[in-house]
Design a protein around this ligand. Structure first.
Ligand code: SF4
Length: 323
């Protein structure tokens, strides 16, 4: 049984990962994937920075809070050294449009009652969380900013779990549970996530159980594997992921590589489902020769009309490895 990192500190996000797939929180091997935009500032990070900047500047008390939020968002964007994340334009518009609902929530609290990106911890449970927005006063409110598209009624189970952990951290640090726990979703706005003693207890019990489990067990699922550090080398993942209905993972033997003068390459791969093309890969990453195996994740496409070869496209979030 391996319990390498599960005895260490966990954020709410990693605690949920541990519950979903114990192996996902083990340290990643040094020979990581090539490519991918994970090191770049993504839309989520940028939106969190903008919200934090707005709160710290007390933009919610400005004569025009919406304009102050837009200003904070643009200031954060101009600080980036690389390009803007692909979906930033839409996310910025949603953040600015929905930001006024946070002004209502903050109400007449004084600045020392309005905190952004505040870190709380529980040393006994070795849990540490950074709260996007914590409102103190007669009512304690915790708000978690979510930039991914939330489609279902309520919130996904993992999000409810994260809020339960935040609530626990508030109880631990302030002696009382929050009055309200909310998600601030860029596509749906404010969503109240009800918290009960029972939901809090079951969240902590699930974590305790996961911590005691064998952390070498890998339990793949499309949502948990999506940004897992182990994805390119995790065999249980490759046993099932290429067959997922909406898969973004392709593995195969290189048949041919075609490189363009523009610095991008297309790779013709022989996969278990037949030959496919993957295009738009930065040429600098394609060092493989015909006959070598190649794995790619977070690529787009794969469905074509009858008679055509499936064609996949490299994206800013893609990564590849030669296993
Ligand atoms: S790739 Fe998937 S199955 Fe493998 S460790 Fe990560 S989350 Fe678990």
């Amino acid at each position: 049984m391996s319990q390498l990192s599960t005895a260490g500190w966990l954020s709410p996000t990693r605690a949920w990962r541990l519950i979903e797939c114990p192996a996902s929180v083990l340290p990643a091997a040094g020979n990581g994937p090539s490519g991918g935009g994970d090191q770049e500032v993504n839309t989520g990070t940028l939106a969190h920075r903008a919200l934090e900047r707005w709160i710290r500047a007390e933009g919610y008390r400005a004569a025009d809070p919406k304009a102050a939020l837009a200003e904070a968002a643009d200031a954060c964007a101009t600080e980036l050294t690389g390009g803007l994340p692909a979906s930033w334009r839409v996310s910025r518009a949603r953040l600015v449009a929905r930001g006024l609902s946070l002004v209502d929530l903050i109400g007449d609290r004084t600045p020392d009652q309005v905190h952004s990106e505040i870190e709380l911890e529980d040393e006994d449970l070795r849990l540490r969380g950074r709260l996007d927005l914590l409102l103190l006063g007669d009512q304690i409110v915790v708000v978690d900013l979510k930039t991914q598209t939330l489609l279902e009624e309520g919130v996904p189970e993992g999000v409810a779990f994260q809020l339960a952990v935040y609530a626990h951290l508030i109880q631990r640090n302030y002696g009382t549970l929050p009055t309200r726990t909310e998600v601030f979703s860029l596509n749906r706005g404010r969503i109240v996530v009800p918290l009960t003693d029972e939901s809090l207890r079951s969240a902590l019990e699930a974590l305790e159980k996961a911590r005691a489990a064998d952390s070498s067990i890998a339990t793949p699922s499309s949502a948990t594997c999506l940004f897992c550090d182990h994805r390119l080398s995790c065999e249980p993942h490759w046993d099932v992921a290429p067959g997922w209905p909406e898969t973004d993972a392709v593995e195969g033997e290189i048949i041919r590589v075609e490189s363009a003068a523009t610095g991008v390459s297309a790779v013709h791969l022989d996969t278990f489902a037949g030959p496919v093309w993957v295009s738009g890969i930065p040429s600098v990453l394609v060092s493989g020769a015909p006959g070598e195996r190649l794995r790619l994740v977070r690529i787009h496409g794969g469905r074509t009309g009858a008679g055509d070869l499936p064609e996949w496209r490299w994206t800013r979030r893609s990564a590849l490895a030669f296993p």
